[in-house]
Design a protein around this ligand. Structure first.
Ligand code: ZN
Length: 495
């Protein structure tokens, strides 16, 4: 995500300057040539799999879905139950507080609008399985397997549910022009030695944590609507409707944006097929987003290693949170497509694109250790801006120094969980900006080449997996030598 920092940048800029759908069966085979399967599929042998069948009524703001889940027990213990996260329910009541109080008017410009997920059935081989809805936001679905599943075992479940889509400018909701279905597909919580991580939907940060899995989807929409996703997308007419198929292997999540006003432009960054979805009338900004995404992909591939997927979509979206990353896709705040905000569009696109390496490919606990992806992502976006978008660098440097001043009067540290921060401004100041400062300082301390090599090794060794601070330190200590833990502790706390 790129949120509050953006608003500070917007303020700076405003002071300074005023303020195709690819039809038929060809896209899959072309994307195949472009390299979708070769990057991560080979490593993705033991992943769980989700197959989603969903019909969306974009006018009634509802969706009816069946999700087939192939669960492989990759743990060392037998599993008696599975926990799925139902974040859509976090949108069901205003007092669940998934937005800060000061953000309510932006999230719900027409007043609070509830959304949610109604689970109709959970079955395995046609037999109903007992389940309960739990969690402080009704965001946890606990399914009893009946018989314990041993390590290495596999089972297939089917979840049937209905979504009520709120009139909300958050990650899940609809606005005047687009409908976002993000963080609303049930997803297995991460299980480890500490048990299930079924975190609630916090208002600060991107409070999500998940394992990589293989996703496929068939989404039925009325004709005239376009589906944007982070996978290889295909579309076929069926009667009065279109059926959109999506193949998205080795993704950490799946999200969709739907609109009947998208203009789609397409380009390439090396072997990656890049698409830009912009709203009609803003095609020129859509082209700029496409160019920025292609430039950023090429730059990061050079710096960190091959982009993990063969396709990438940048999507103009009705939401207020700047930018938001999903594997293979970036949602970008529709307001950034205004001509006066061209630099912001490029910066936010660069930030979200860097998340494809840090969050999507290399996963981490974004609630407990959000710096692991955000500090590296912001560091990457700064480097990109200085090298590839020098026109935006001055505003960025001003913002960095403003954030430094802000932190001097705000207690905090980089390596805190999201719930330790008062709000998104403090969170940004520490986790993003100070986090990126620490990465820059570490590069100076280690020697640039050693740091760069460590970053490539960290990516290579952790793609598809989940990392933590210990994993980060074990790679970077090779170049840093002894004492990295203590060095980071001091750097994380200094304003
Ligand atoms: Zn981010």
């Amino acid at each position: 995500m790129k949120k509050r920092v953006l608003l500070v940048l917007l303020a700076l800029l405003c002071t300074a300057g005023g303020v195709c759908c690819l039809m038929g069966g060809r896209e899959s085979s072309r994307a195949l040539v472009l390299g979708e399967p070769v990057r991560l599929w080979a490593q993705a042998q033991d992943l769980c799999a989700y197959a989603l069948e969903m019909e969306v009524d974009p006018r009634a703001h509802t969706a009816r879905a069946e999700l087939q889940v192939t669960y492989r027990n990759n743990e060392s213990c037998a599993m008696e139950e599975l926990h799925f996260l139902l974040y859509a329910n976090s949108y069901s009541r205003q007092d669940y507080q998934i937005f800060e109080a000061a953000e309510q008017a932006q999230a719900y410009p027409n007043g609070f609008s509830p959304g949610g997920i109604a689970v109709r059935a959970v079955t395995a081989a046609g037999e109903a399985l007992p389940y309960t809805i739990a969690g402080e936001q009704e965001q946890v679905l606990k399914v009893e397997l009946g018989e314990a599943l041993p390590p290495g075992g596999q089972t297939a479940l089917c979840l049937e549910y209905t979504l009520t889509i709120p009139n909300c400018y958050g990650r899940f909701g609809y606005g005047d022009n687009t409908l976002s279905l993000a963080n609303c597909t049930p997803i297995l919580a991460v299980y480890d030695d500490n048990g299930w991580h079924d975190y609630p939907y916090y208002a600060v940060g991107d409070p999500f944590y998940s394992d990589a899995a293989d996703y496929t989807a068939r989404v039925t929409l009325p004709t005239g609507y376009t589906l944007a996703s982070g996978g290889v997308t295909d579309c076929a007419r069926r009667g009065t409707k279109n059926v959109w198929t999506v193949q998205a292997p080795a993704r950490r999540d799946i999200a969709f944006v739907i609109s009947n006003g998208f203009d789609v432009t397409e380009g390439a960054a090396g072997n990656v097929c890049v698409k830009s979805y912009s709203l009609r009338g803003q095609e020129e900004a859509g082209e700029r987003a496409l160019r920025a995404a292609c430039r950023a992909l090429c730059y990061y591939e050079q710096r960190f290693g091959a982009y993990p997927y063969g396709v990438y979509s940048v999507v103009q979206t009705d939401f207020f949170i700047g930018g938001m990353e999903y594997p293979g896709m970036a949602l970008i705040d529709a307001r950034l497509y205004e001509p006066v905000l061209g630099q912001e569009l490029e910066y936010v696109t660069a930030h979200e694109t860097a998340h494809m390496w840090w969050y999507a490919a290399v996963g981490s606990d974004q609630v407990y250790e959000p710096w692991l992806d955000e500090a590296l992502t912001e560091y990457a976006a700064r480097e990109y801006t200085r090298v590839c978008a020098p026109d935006a660098a001055q505003a960025m440097e001003q913002n960095i120094s403003m954030m430094r001043q802000y932190r001097a009067g705000t207690p905090g540290a980089v390596n805190l969980p999201v719930q330790a921060f008062e709000g998104n401004l403090d969170y940004s100041a520490w986790v993003y900006e100070k986090g990126a400062d620490v990465m820059e300082a570490l590069r100076l301390e280690m020697d640039a080449q050693e740091f760069d090599e460590a970053l490539c090794a960290y990516y290579q060794e952790n793609r598809l997996g989940l990392t933590d601070r210990a994993a980060f330190e074990s790679v970077f200590s090779r170049g840093f030598g002894a004492g990295l833990d203590q060095w980071l502790d001091e750097a994380f706390r200094a304003p």
